[in-house]
Every structure is written in C-alpha cells, then in structure tokens.
Write a protein that binds this ligand. Structure first.
Ligand SMILES: [Zn+2]
Length: 302
C-alpha cells in the first residue's frame, strides 16, 4: 500500500504529517489517533496515526499513518505517489530535489491553535472547503512544528531514508523577522565532530551529543555534554534557567518532567540554540523548553 505522508486531521481541520500529529498530541491539541482521513475530499478513507501516542525519548518507531480502508478509485492522494515513484527511478542523478519541507517556528504565535480546536469532529463540509480552498498537494505541503523533539524524529527518518540533504528546514525566527533555510543535515551539529571555528555561532542550530542533566539551584538545570567540540578543550554546557521554564505556556509540567526524568543520568541530548564562547566553557543558549529533546536510543553516526 502506498505510503501516506499527509492525512487530514478531523480534530484540527488541517492536513498534517505523522510527526506533526505526534507533536500536537504531546501538546494535548490532538486526542485520538483514529481521527484522520485521506486528504482527497472525494475519497475520505479512514486513517490511523500509529505511534502518535508514544512518548518522546524512547523512539522505537517513528509515528506513521496507516490507511484502514481502501482509497477510492479516483483518489488523487495515491495516484500521484505511484507516478512519482516510477519517475524518480529514471532521474537518480537529480540529487538536489527537495523531498520535504519543514517549517520550524522559534516562537509560538499568540493563542496557538485556539481557533482550530473549534472544528467539529467529522464535519465533512468543513473539510471540503478547507482542502479545495488552499489547493495544497503533497508536493507543496509544509509541516509546521515547534518542538525540537519533532525535528529529531525527522532527522532520524531522514537518516534512514537517506534524505538528510534533500529535506529542507525553514527556521522562522519571529513574527515578522526573517526565515532561514537549511538542509536537515546542515542544521544538526554533532558536538564531538563539529568544528566550532567553522560554525556561525550566532545562528541557531541543533547541537547534540551525550550529556548529563543536573539540578542547578532550586529551580534550574545544567546540561553538561560529555564531548567537547572537535579540536577544542572547553567544556560544553547549557543552563536551563527558571525563567525559561516559567515562560513555557503549553504543557509546562510535562515538558519539565521530560528533563527531570533524566536527572543525573547520561542521555543523548539535542538542544536548539546559539553558542556563546566563555573563557573556560562554551555555552549553548536555550530560549525555550520546546527546544530541548532527549533520546534513549543510541544513534548511529550520520
Ligand atoms: Zn484516498
């Protein structure tokens, strides 16, 4: 059966991918993994988002859509996929082809998702007007995410599918400020192998490596990376301050617990931030609880 990249969520009235669905479940915006259907309004086959309700960190299997009914004969969601596969075999040389676009928002918009939660379950008319109105197809859809956990899932998937270079990450810095485009590969910097002299340290990237989480004072944490940057002898650390934790508006306790879970143990840690060079240490500046992710799984080198 054809792979389904995007499905229509009956809970928010929007076509989303499975990794975005997991993020929305984590933020308690989506509630039921069975509330999806095929994006083609003339098809509407029922879809389930497998593993949407699995917690981050374990990462045994990345969430994915499963169609539990046959698509209609004319379904446009399945048809272009079949064609696309045949064509891609003939054009192996076109490496620069963009396979996926991910929009990562550094800041969440005000009243995030408040309006959309009013969509009534199973409202077929609403679905038709939404889909016909914006004319989205699989090739120009973007996934909108705010959690580094989701970026890590795309990174793992991109590594398996060999699409790290062709997956584009668009980083939206603020409401009216610029957006920056990276490949997924260039946006992730493994601390042990990255040369800090070659990194634009004022830009934000996802830095990752083995780290230990420690309590820092009563309400803060310090994350100490096991490795230094390539050919550099300064320790790499990140202070997760009380103010940053308190600024988190969506599921603050759940997100702080994610950090507390790994207190005093060594874990693979991913931080989105910029770097500040100290005299004895290198600091990764974190702006939000959304910008930290952990993975228990040993990740192979990319
Ligand atoms: Zn369909």
């Amino acid at each position: 059966m054809a792979k389904i990249d995007y499905a229509y969520s009956l809970e928010i009235g929007e076509a989303i991918d499975a990794i975005q669905a997991q993020e929305l479940y984590f933020d308690k915006i989506l509630k039921d993994k069975r509330n999806f259907m095929c994006c083609d309004s003339n098809c509407g086959a029922k879809i389930t988002c497998a593993n949407m309700d699995k917690s981050y960190g374990e990462m045994k299997r990345i969430p994915h859509f499963k169609c539990i009914e046959d698509h209609s004969e004319q379904c446009q969601e399945v048809a272009p996929l079949k064609k696309g596969r045949k064509q891609s075999k003939q054009s192996d040389s076109e490496e620069q082809e963009i396979t996926k676009q991910i929009m990562f928002g550094i800041e969440r918009p005000e009243n995030h998702y408040e309006k959309k939660s009013n969509v009534i379950l199973g409202d077929k008319e609403k679905k038709d007007s939404d889909i016909n109105g914006n004319g989205e197809t699989n090739s120009n859809r973007k996934s909108n995410i705010f959690l580094v956990d989701s970026l890590v899932q795309y990174f793992i998937r991109g590594n398996t599918e060999k699409t790290l270079k062709s997956t584009k990450v668009i980083i939206k810095l603020g409401k009216k400020r610029n957006a920056y485009v990276y490949s997924l590969q260039s946006f992730f910097k493994e601390i042990s192998s990255a040369d800090i002299k070659k990194i634009k340290i004022n830009n934000v990237y996802v830095y990752y490596g083995k780290a230990r989480v420690k309590q820092n004072g009563q309400d803060g944490y310090i994350i100490e990376f096991a490795d230094n940057f390539y050919d550099n002898d300064k320790k790499v650390v990140c202070y997760l301050k009380k103010e940053i934790i308190e600024e988190c508006k969506l599921q603050r306790n759940t997100k702080e617990n994610k950090v507390r879970n790994y207190l005093n143990s060594e874990i693979n840690c991913y931080l989105l931030g910029n770097v500040v060079m100290g005299e004895k240490r290198i600091f990764i500046n974190l702006k939000s609880l959304d910008h930290i992710a952990f993975s228990e799984k040993e990740l192979e080198s990319y």
